[in-house]
Design a protein around this ligand. Structure first.
Ligand code: SAH
Length: 245
């Protein structure tokens, strides 16, 4: 009998903090993670890191801080992820598919072979539209509608707690994984280029078209092979265009 050891939910989750201003919040987030059993912290362009305030607020979770991975871009931070959840208190003009914290946690536990990222925004301005649009789902923590913005580390704490509750059940089931996000990004770039080449999209005024198509494909969760087929179609269109000119 072959014994296959699947990574646990705790190994599969990375917590991504974008452009955190206050290093104390990075430390407090590391502490929040460690209390719930999570270790993989990714920092995208932190304003100041490493920093003594981060270490002080980590209060014994120094190992999580010391092992934090620092990245130059969100794209780099999400490499290899199959599902990405964006945490934001705010509604958006083009609403993104939503999940509650509990649904997000259950979904993460159920997709037992998937690499998963939870993305948190800046203290002052949260996530940009573009950053949220790199995510499959928008997760809002239900809060006072007149004062919905939690401290960054408090938001990390709630999500890690929900994940812990869901992960404790230890669901294991066969999974067909969607293509990792970096392959989806290459496809979006290719699609946009072809739409420009066939003069369907004006690069000066892209409007909402690219954004809506991005949402459509993120919802569909195409597999690697589906992406290969779509890219093949796009390349065939480009080849024909070139032969016509
Ligand atoms: N003023 C910012 C909020 C920043 S709070 C804004 O308008 O978006 C810092 C981060 O904590 C947010 O980007 C988000 O990732 C998380 N967060 C805070 N409150 C939240 C809530 N109610 N739901 C989901 N995420 C929240």
């Amino acid at each position: 009998m072959t014994l296959i050891l699947l990574p646990t939910l705790f190994d599969r989750i990375r917590i991504v903090l974008i452009a955190t201003s206050h290093p104390g919040n990075i430390g407090a987030a590391a502490r929040a993670m460690k209390t719930m059993g999570f270790e993989r912290l990714v920092l995208v362009e932190p304003k100041s890191y490493p920093n003594v305030d981060a270490t002080a607020r980590a209060s014994g979770a120094d190992d999580v801080l010391a092992n934090a991975v620092v990245c130059d871009s969100l794209e780099q931070a999400l490499t290899g992820c199959h599902y990405v959840f964006g945490l934001s208190a705010r509604e958006r003009t083009i609403p993104w598919p939503q999940m509650s914290p509990c649904e997000c946690a259950q979904y993460s536990a159920d997709h037992s072979e998937a690499e998963i990222a939870l993305v948190f925004g800046r203290e002052h301005s949260g996530l940009t539209n573009g950053e949220l649009e790199a995510c499959h789902y928008h997760v809002q923590i239900d809060a006072n509608p007149n004062y919905p913005s939690l401290n960054l580390a408090a938001a990390v704490q709630i999500m890690c707690y929900e994940l812990r509750l869901a992960g404790a059940e230890g669901v294991v089931k066969g999974d067909v994984l969607p293509a990792p996000v970096e392959e989806l990004e290459r496809f979006f770039e290719h699609l946009e280029q072809v739409m420009i080449d066939v003069e369907f999209l004006n690069p000066e005024q892209p409007g909402h078209i690219a954004r809506r198509l991005r949402r459509l494909f993120l919802k569909a969760q195409p597999e690697k092979q589906d992406i290969n087929i779509l890219r093949g179609v796009l390349s065939a269109v480009q080849k024909r265009l070139r032969s016509n000119t």
